[in-house]
Design a protein around this ligand. Structure first.
Ligand SMILES: [Zn+2]
Length: 242
C-alpha cells in the first residue's frame, strides 16, 4: 500500500435524478425512526477536501446520526494507521485523520491496543463490532439512495477484509464482472438511471467512485440486495440482504 501526502484529485459526481417511489422518504434509513437530517454517506471523515459535488445522502434520525460518529472516527483512524503501520498522527497521510487522532487520546489508545508485532510484522486486531456497524450503516444508506429499497432488518451477511488479504479469486468475485447490474433496478431509481443512461466518469464497471482512493461502492440485486464497498482502497466491505 503506498501512501503519500498528496490529496486525492478533485472529482465531481453527477447528480442522478431519483424518480422512484416514496418508500425511502420521510424516515431514518437505519432504524425507521423519524427523518431528522439528511447526511452525507459516507460521512466526511472518510473523504478529503475538496469534497465531490452531489454526494450520496441518507435520511437519519438524530440518535442514529450522533450514534455512528464515534465508530466512523475509529474506522477511519484505524485504516490510516494500518496503512501506515504506526499510530503516530504527525506521520499519517490524511490530515483530517491525523487531527482527529491527535485530539482524541482515548481513540489513540484504543487503536494502539489493536496493534501488535509478530515476528517482525505489524498485525492489527480491530474491533470487529465497530467495523460491522459502519459497514451496515453505509450499506443501508446506499441501498436506500441507489435502489429505493430500505433494508431496516439485520443483513444476512457482512464481510470485511483488507483488499491485500483477499485471494485472487475472491478479489475477482468481489470486483465483479464488467457490465453493471445482473437485474434491472427499480424503474426510476438512481441505479436505473445509471444503467439506462450509460457510464459516466463516476460509474466504472458497475462501481461508483465517490472519491478516488477514498470511497467506491457497487450495489446489485444479483442475489438479494448486495452492497460492496471499498474504503481508502484498503478495506473491502460487503453487506447482503437475501
Ligand atoms: Zn435512526
Amino acid at each position: 500500500m503506498t501512501t503519500g501526502s498528496r490529496g486525492p484529485p478533485a472529482s465531481k459526481m453527477r447528480q442522478w435524478p431519483d424518480d422512484g417511489d416514496t418508500r425511502n422518504k420521510g424516515f431514518c434509513a437505519h432504524c425507521g425512526g423519524p427523518e431528522q437530517s439528511r447526511d452525507h454517506n459516507p460521512s466526511k471523515i472518510f473523504l478529503d477536501d475538496p469534497l465531490p459535488d452531489n454526494l450520496p445522502v441518507a435520511s437519519s434520525c438524530q440518535a442514529c446520526n450522533a450514534g455512528f460518529s464515534d465508530d466512523e472516527e475509529y474506522v477511519a483512524c484505524l485504516m490510516e494507521c494500518a496503512i501506515a503501520g504506526h499510530v503516530e498522527p504527525a506521520r499519517l497521510a490524511r490530515a483530517s485523520v491525523a487531527k482527529t487522532l491527535s485530539s482524541n487520546q482515548r481513540l489513540r489508545r484504543e487503536i494502539l491496543a489493536a496493534r501488535r508485532e509478530e515476528d517482525g510484522t505489524v498485525v492489527w486486531d480491530p474491533n470487529a463490532e465497530r467495523l460491522k456497524r459502519i459497514a451496515i450503516k453505509l450499506a443501508r444508506g446506499l441501498v436506500d439512495f441507489e435502489l429505493n429499497e430500505p433494508q431496516l432488518h439485520a443483513p444476512d451477511g457482512v464481510g470485511i477484509v483488507p483488499l491485500i488479504l483477499m485471494s485472487d479469486d475472491a478479489r475477482r468475485i468481489f470486483e465483479g464482472e464488467p457490465g453493471g447490474f445482473a437485474l434491472w433496478p427499480e424503474l426510476g431509481s438512481r441505479a436505473f438511471h445509471r444503467v439506462l443512461l450509460g457510464r459516466e466518469d463516476d460509474f466504472v464497471n458497475g462501481w461508483i467512485v465517490v472519491q478516488q482512493d477514498r470511497f467506491r461502492y457497487r450495489v446489485s440485486q444479483e442475489d438479494g440486495m448486495r452492497v460492496r464497498m471499498v474504503l481508502r482502497e484498503y478495506l473491502a466491505l460487503e453487506v447482503g440482504w437475501l
